[in-house]
Design a protein around this ligand. Sequence first.
Ligand SMILES: C[S@@+](CC[C@H](N)C(=O)[O-])C[C@H]1O[C@@H](n2cnc3c(N)ncnc32)[C@H](O)[C@@H]1O
Length: 323
Amino acid sequence: MLDLGAGGKKLAGKESFRVKQLANDSETCQPTGSWCHSKVNSVTISRRLIGRFQAHRLATTSKRLDICAAQFAFVLHAAGIRSIKGWRCLEVGSGWVLTHSVIMYLLGASAILGTDLEPLAHPESLRSAIHASVKSVVRDILAPYEDHSQLRTRLDNLISTRRFSFRTLAKLGINYVAPFDPTTHQLPGEYDFVYSNAVLEHVPAEDLRPLLQNLVASVAPGGIMIHCIHLEDHHDIERAPLAFLAADARHFGRGVQASRGNRVRSSGWRRIFASLTGVQSRIIYEWHRKDVALPPRVDPSIAYTDEEDLRASHIGVVIEKSR
Ligand SMILES: C[S@@+](CC[C@H](N)C(=O)[O-])C[C@H]1O[C@@H](n2cnc3c(N)ncnc32)[C@H](O)[C@@H]1O
């Protein structure tokens, strides 16, 4: 492994190959003679099965190709990006269904790398994500960003793919590396576009700056990052999405932050983005929950400016590296 000093560690080629293999290997758990190993194996197998179920559920709901196409097109529009054709793309925290990476393929990206803290991806779920979608809607939504006939050819290619695996995806230019921790490691190579959706709010607050600075190091000169961040309590989005702001910091450690959200408010995100070196950032959208109650008292560990800051529920940021 190459140690790059202050900025973090860079994954060497061999290591990134090993983690790619790991994602594949976990599907084929080999039985061993020892009780301990078979227990570990059964835990791994049941996690994999739960993950497969989760992937299938998401593939037919929020990770459907048409739904993610609309979301991605909105973000490109808000950021003022007209095309990602020929770009080298990186998706951070791509989750169970690699739909956003597939959209980058549809839009003509030259190479796409999906990464995640854990090997969650189930490539076979992409078939449901594609076939549960209205194909003409995918083409129409993405049309402002790529030649229509090229979109059609690539979409037809996806539709005719009977089984998606990591190998099938690699043929489309989509590779996957997991486990990969962007807080402690930098990826080799440079990317023109780095994207994350619903990821940064799961990162413990103290890790955000090092993680983002590591990602900045992977952005090519003139390249761009977009992060879409969801600021509500992920355990109670519908009923009381802001009540978690009252919880004592002692009960909001790294594990709770990873699962419910790190509670960084809009002003906190802006401060972190402004502190990154070598880049300029701008917020491209910010929405607020004005329909729900704020807790009577906010935990003193949470930095905020005013009520509007506390009520921010979603923000999107563009971070650009100059040439
Ligand atoms: C809510 S899921 C979103 C997945 C996907 N981006 C999507 O839009 O469906 C959160 C993702 O963030 C990843 N994640 C959580 N903490 C992370 C960290 N510290 N570094 C990188 N990824 C992380 C998780 O593994 C998971 O894939």
